[in-house]
Design a protein around this ligand. Structure first.
Ligand SMILES: Cc1cc2nc3c(=O)[nH]c(=O)nc-3n(C[C@H](O)[C@H](O)[C@H](O)COP(=O)(O)OP(=O)(O)OC[C@H]3O[C@@H](n4cnc5c(N)ncnc54)[C@H](O)[C@@H]3O)c2cc1C
Length: 436
């Protein structure tokens, strides 16, 4: 056990996710020949697996390639809140993209929550699902105002929300905003039956199979590290960070943040609800039941990847928070993971570029990929099946929303792009080439 300061509890020696440790998943072979399918999906997280399930259900012959083991990526290291309350976002969305588009963002995430609920009901999935209210709270005057603005945004968008001046947590808050009827679950217990459904419907899954390139064309070909080829009518990239960018500039249009998690046994009772603070660094909290015992899952301390302090300090900061409000007895699990945020905070879901309609992508969920990833799967399945989907424009990867924060992000990223014999800042590039 690690304990570099005697005022802190011991941390587990090994970084290990409770979700992964509490389930046994089937294993799948490595791809060892060339194959041809209707759709090849890259990545076995919530996005890839839900997409595989939906497309197999629509009758497509699918193959899913996973470089490691299924569900060992971000989905295996999440907090697993299922909610359309994505911290504070709706006031900002209204400002950036207007009421109608902001409403669509909410509806897409609500549809995703309802899809998860219906899937659990339909297959009677035992995945520790429970309905919960989601709370975002302020502990400073400045954040109090932000929450008031967010409450007004809820009102403008028709979101059921309640502005209150206290929470069930043992913490003094200025105010808080509740989004009712949200949920939580064990993400891997939810997804395992979907894996079973995919294989039952004839879908092929390959693990330890890394996609390294795509040969574009009428029938694109995915090349694997071991030189196997998968030919398909559509390629869907659900690899979290896109392994292939085409001309979509995804690495320049997103930033990566690492977050930390601990699961702690506490001496105080943990209230029901999904909690998150409005300020930075993030403190996100929900309870989990482990062998019949309730424990606190505390997540946060996000920082841009590569810019963190000593890892132990991040875990200790989460522990201090838990200690103050719940009196921590011991820490059972610790882990960390990364997620991606786009320039305008809205995921990129759809055709990788308008010139490549049969290569699709889903990424940039801003740490809200349980609903955004499910919304992505619903949209991708419609696009492949040539069905219309009202969220296509909102999530279109080639969109350009000229918001002021883009410039800041670009300055932070300090990236430059070489194109047409010029070197552009990303901001100038995006302005110049709005429609790649
Ligand atoms: C700490 C933390 C807490 C979070 N909490 C929440 C929450 O409470 N609610 C919420 O909605 N969201 C939350 N999120 C976000 C959410 O968990 C993620 O956005 C979501 O799980 C991403 O799913 P995915 O399928 O896109 O990616 P992943 O789960 O990462 O899956 C991608 C898969 O692709 C594979 N892969 C990568 N490259 C290749 C390749 N070249 N070839 C083949 N396979 C490849 C990877 O091995 C991986 O298995 C959280 C994120 C973090 C980091």
């Amino acid at each position: 056990m690690i304990n570099d300061d005697k005022t802190y509890k011991s941390l587990p020696d090994v970084s290990e996710s409770y979700w992964i440790n509490s389930i046994s998943l089937p294993s799948f072979p490595k791809l060892n020949s060339d194959i041809t399918v209707d759709v090849v999906i890259i990545g076995g997280g919530i996005t890839g697996l839900t997409t595989a399930f939906l497309l197999a259900k629509k009758g497509f012959k699918i193959a899913l390639l996973e470089s490691d083991r299924l569900l060992n990526g971000t989905t295996g290291h999440t907090t697993a809140k299922i909610t359309a309350q994505h911290g504070l976002i709706y006031h900002q969305l209204i400002k950036n993209i207007g009421i109608e588009q902001a409403k669509l963002y909410y509806q897409a995430n609500l549809d995703a929550l309802n899809f998860i609920r219906e899937t659990i009901d339909h297959f009677e999935i035992d995945c520790e699902y429970s309905d919960q209210d989601a709370w975002v709270y302020a502990v400073t005057k400045k954040d109090q105002e932000k929450i008031e603005q967010e409450a007004k945004a809820y009102n403008d968008l028709g979101i059921k929300g309640t502005l209150v001046d206290s929470t069930p947590l043992d913490i003094t808050v200025n105010n808080a905003l509740i989004m009712k009827d949200q949920a939580q679950f064990h993400p891997l217990k939810y997804l395992k039956p979907l894996v079973d459904q995919v294989t039952k419907m004839g879908g092929q899954i390959f693990e330890k199979t890394t996609a390294v390139d795509i040969k574009k064309g009428k029938q694109p070909v995915v090349l694997t590290r071991d030189q196997e080829k998968v030919t398909a009518n559509h390629v869907i990239i659900c690899s979290h960070f896109p392994f292939y960018e085409g001309f979509g500039l995804y690495s320049a249009k997103m930033y990566v943040e690492r977050s930390y998690a601990i699961v702690a046994k506490t001496n105080k009772k943990i209230p029901a609800g999904l909690f998150i603070n409005a300020n930075s660094p993030t403190r996100s909290l929900r309870k989990v039941s482990i062998n019949g015992e309730e424990m606190a899952l505390i997540v946060g301390e996000n920082h841009k990847t590569g810019q963190g302090i000593d890892t132990i300090k991040h875990y200790q900061a989460l522990e201090s928070f838990g200690q103050t409000i719940l009196d921590i007895d011991s820490i059972k699990y610790r882990w960390s993971a990364q997620d991606l945020t786009t320039l305008d905070q809205i995921p990129y879901i759809g055709r990788i570029t308008s010139g490549n309609p049969n290569i699709l992508i889903a990424t940039g969920y801003r740490k809200w990929g349980i609903t955004n990833g499910t919304a992505a799967s619903l949209l991708l399945a419609d696009l492949v099946n040539d069905e219309s989907n009202k969220y296509e424009e909102l999530f279109k990867p080639s969109r350009f929303n000229p918001i002021p924060s883009i410039k800041n992000l670009v300055v932070q990223n300090q990236e430059a792009i070489r194109c047409d014999h010029h070197v552009y800042s990303i901001y100038d590039y995006v302005l110049k080439y709005k429609k790649p």
